[in-house]
Design a protein around this ligand. Structure first.
Ligand code: HEM
Length: 153
């Protein structure tokens, strides 16, 4: 179970990143080129949110019991705060990613309610860009935080 969820969580990151780049680019060009907001635009934003919510669910399953590493870390949460590697997993990855997903969700919902098509594209573009930045900061790429395999086998 653990191996499957970790593998899924690891690979889904690439789908999240790929989809986020495409969706942000589409919203940007829609905004700057004065395109009309189509049903396809709404669907693309929704697909990105589905991927993000999937990561959220798998992430929480790993965090709250499936991951042996998390069981160890959470058995002494206080100690994890004094160690930057453990703190990344106990606090930073969790809160950074949840914040990013909330920002993306607020953006997707707000975009739909805007009065004009340009405002819809612009709102989605701004919120998704902030969310992507946060996600990039919190993925364990080993540059500014923990290192994990790029392509887990
Ligand atoms: C967009 C959202 C997220 C992305 C892109 C993401 C990405 C990743 C990546 C790439 C890893 C390393 C996987 C590996 O070792 O191959 C990881 C590990 C992990 N993530 Fe996330 N994550 C996200 C959200 C979350 C959330 C919301 C939680 C909830 C707490 C979470 C909990 C975890 C845990 C516990 C691990 C470590 C599991 C272990 O090594 O046993 N993630 N995440």
């Amino acid at each position: 179970m653990y191996d499957i969820l970790l593998l899924l969580h690891s690979w889904l990151r690439w789908f999240v990143l790929g989809m986020a780049v495409v969706v942000i680019y589409k919203n940007y060009t829609g905004w700057k080129s004065g395109l009309s907001w189509s049903d396809q635009d709404r669907k693309m934003n929704t697909y990105l949110m589905i991927l993000l919510h999937s990561q959220l669910v798998i992430g929480f399953a790993l965090y709250l019991g499936v991951s042996p590493m998390m069981k160890n870390i959470l058995s002494d949460f206080g100690a994890s705060m004094k160690n930057s590697e453990l703190r990344f997993w106990s606090v930073e990855h969790l809160f950074g990613m949840v914040a990013a997903i909330v920002i993306a969700q607020v953006g997707a919902s707000k975009a739909k309610k805007q009065a004009t098509d340009a405002q819809k594209f612009r709102t989605a573009f701004v919120y998704f860009s902030i969310a992507l930045l946060l996600i990039l900061l919190m993925i364990p790429f080993g540059i500014w935080n923990q290192e994990r395999p790029l392509f887990r086998m």
